[in-house]
Design a protein around this ligand. Structure first.
Ligand SMILES: Cc1ncc(C[n+]2csc(CCOP(=O)(O)OP(=O)(O)O)c2C)c(N)n1
Length: 221
């Protein structure tokens, strides 16, 4: 298999993913470092009208593990001010995670599902959507909710068990953080469908963990 000129080989925990372009297709092959082939397949997107909406068959990489920029024609590199703004939000997110953990240990909050170490997913989810768009977060997505502009004090109220939701979902276009796995995905589809019927230019972004993808609600949504 010819290596993809941009993506080349990607190695995650001993699993090597080789990607190669074949006409309008992307060929992906997964091998473990011992050389055993795990899977080999071709993803043909050439006859799909919604091809541009489909996720890439291989992970998108804009920065390599050494911090070097990886050029990608489909994803222009964000400008410096946008990157700096996102980095600032990452630092704030890490601080909020650490503080909330401390509040739990002090007995001031019942629980805090932290996103420590994965704050980038949180910040990215919140900054890619616009004001008219909706966010449907889980219990673990506090940093995304705060990055969206909701007051941290209001957000953490939920985890003190004080209110249904400490903030007004309609004001911020952020649904209440969902604890039952994957239920928020159905609500998100409902809001997206309503926006479509009303002709509104609205994106609805729903978050969930990998475990939640085993729930019926995930597949129904
Ligand atoms: C419907 C439902 N079943 C079980 C649980 C209990 N539960 C809470 S968190 C969790 C694991 C979820 O894993 P994942 O979706 O990967 O998200 P993560 O917490 O790792 O971010 C489970 C089973 C729940 N909250 N809701």
């Amino acid at each position: 298999m010819t290596q993809h000129p941009v993506l080349g080989d990607i190695r995650v925990r001993g699993i090597k993913l080789t990607a190669a372009p074949v006409g309008g297709m992307t060929e992906a092959e997964m091998t473990i470092s011992s050389g055993n082939k795990l899977a080999h397949g071709t993803v043909d997107t050439s006859d799909r009208q919604d091809a541009e909406m489909l996720p890439s068959a291989v992970p998108v990489q804009l920065v390599d593990p050494n911090g070097v920029k990886v050029p990608n024609d489909s994803y222009p590199f964000p400008d410096s001010s946008r990157l700096l703004g996102a980095y600032q939000k990452l630092v704030i997110g890490r601080r909020i995670n650490d503080q909330a953990n401390a509040l739990v240990r002090q007995g001031r909050m019942a629980v805090y599902p932290s996103s420590h170490g994965q704050e980038a997913c949180q910040v990215a989810a919140a900054v890619v959507i616009d004001r008219q768009d909706w966010l449907f977060p889980t219990y673990r997505d506090t940093v995304a909710v705060i990055t969206r502009g909701v007051d941290p004090l209001e957000v953490l109220t939920l985890l003190r068990g004080d209110w249904h939701s400490g903030y007004d979902p309609l004001e911020h276009k952020v649904a209440t953080q969902a604890t039952p796995l994957a239920t928020q995905l159905l609500h998100a589809v409902g809001v997206a469908h309503a926006a479509k019927l009303k002709g509104e230019d609205t994106v609805v972004l729903a978050l969930c963990g990998d475990g939640a993808t085993s729930e019926g609600d995930f597949h129904e949504a």
